[in-house]
Design a protein around this ligand. Structure first.
Ligand code: UDP
Ligand code: MG
Length: 326
């Protein structure tokens, strides 16, 4: 869509906007959040909808959302279990048909007030607007420094430049959503895929608000697993670095072997000693195990991809035209 056309759509309040929100155990907030989001969106356009994707909540989140689906503006997809936020987002994106799709958390941590700024940037011709958090004060020092380390590492070893501190608070043009939906990748590192698809992108700063209620569903294991998916899906360095290290180790071992032979020939060999032998064996054994581990990581990814399992299963739908099971 041309820029003038975009602006015209906005001026006429004719722009179709879908907000995709993942929901996992947000019973305390979800109703007020959806109402606040509706208020924000209705000021922008007449054609908005909210797709809430319940990602296996075990509390009353679903029951709290269902009444809101009556008016036709809110749709709800209930996944059959907890598939993880990345998959919940994928489910929502595949059901968005609007010109503009906005993805944001359902816990008030992504400030709704800057949605108009996102739309304004879209009107200027950007196809993707992503929120970049100015601070990570709400997080523990450990989580913060781990995140920093992760992004720095990822930027060094990945060919796709993935902006750090860019989260899942985004505006996506139809083109971008189509591109993302066309990807068959199952274990997804969405942040990487957003960067990978390209298009005109712009960053927009925002400050993360505190969670008014409920608690974060993230724990160390989840983050570590996401980080590993991020690294293995956007870099093949871990796979290749072992070949290089292996090459150098064998190379020096060869030189050392030649040196030993000469030393023996000249009868200058000292007792090589049991401990040095053990060190060498342990060292090489360790390297081998590590490289097998790295191989395993990639092989398991190949395994996951070739299984072609659906990345999520929708159990029920509310407010959609094709309501019911599918
Ligand atoms: N979420 C989800 N599935 C999960 C975990 C979280 O859909 O398995 C949702 C959650 O409801 C929220 C968003 O993802 O809307 C961000 O989650 P959370 O607030 O727990 O993460 P944090 O903000 O601490 O990174
Ligand atoms: Mg949160």
């Amino acid at each position: 869509m041309h820029i003038t056309e975009r602006q015209k759509k906005i001026d006429e309040k004719n722009l179709s906007v879908t907000c995709v929100i993942p929901v996992h155990n947000e019973e305390a907030l979800i109703e007020s959040f959806i109402v606040a989001l509706k208020n924000q969106l209705s000021a922008i356009t007449h054609h908005y909808e909210i797709i809430a994707v319940d990602d296996g909540s075990t509390d009353r989140s679903v029951q709290n959302i269902i009444p809101l689906t009556q008016e036709g503006k809110v749709k709800l997809m209930v996944l059959s279990r907890n598939f993880g936020k990345e998959h919940a987002l994928m489910a929502g994106l595949e059901h968005s048909q609007s010109e503009v799709t906005i993805v944001l958390d359902s816990d008030f941590q992504h400030p709704l007030e800057i949605i108009p700024e996102f739309i304004a940037a879209w009107a200027q011709g950007y196809d993707m607007v992503y929120g970049v958090r100015t601070d990570r004060k709400d997080e523990t020092k450990l989580k913060r420094s781990m995140a920093r380390l992760f992004y720095r590492l990822l930027q060094k070893i990945s060919k796709t430049s993935i902006p750090s501190d860019a989260g899942d608070f985004r505006l996506l043009d139809r083109k971008v959503v189509n591109a993302l939906n066309s990807m068959e990748e199952r274990s997804r590192f969405t942040k990487g895929l957003y960067a990978w698809v390209g298009f005109e992108q712009i960053a927009m700063e925002y400050t993360v608000s505190e969670r008014p209620a409920g608690k974060s569903s993230w724990n160390f294991r989840r983050l570590a697993s996401l980080a590993l998916t991020g690294i293995t899906s956007f870099s093949d360095i871990p796979l290749r670095v072992w070949g290089i290290i292996g090459f150098f180790i064998s190379f020096f071992a060869l030189i050392y072997g030649v040196y030993t032979i000469i030393a023996i020939a000249l009868d200058e060999t000292k007792n090589p000693g049991f401990s040095s032998l053990m060190t060498a064996i342990a060292f090489l054994g360790g390297i081998q195990l590590l490289s097998i581990g790295v191989l395993g990581e990639y092989v398991s990814r190949v395994f996951n991809e070739v299984k072609k399992r659906p990345p999520y299963i929708v159990a029920r739908k509310y407010g959609f035209a094709d309501e019911g099971n599918d």
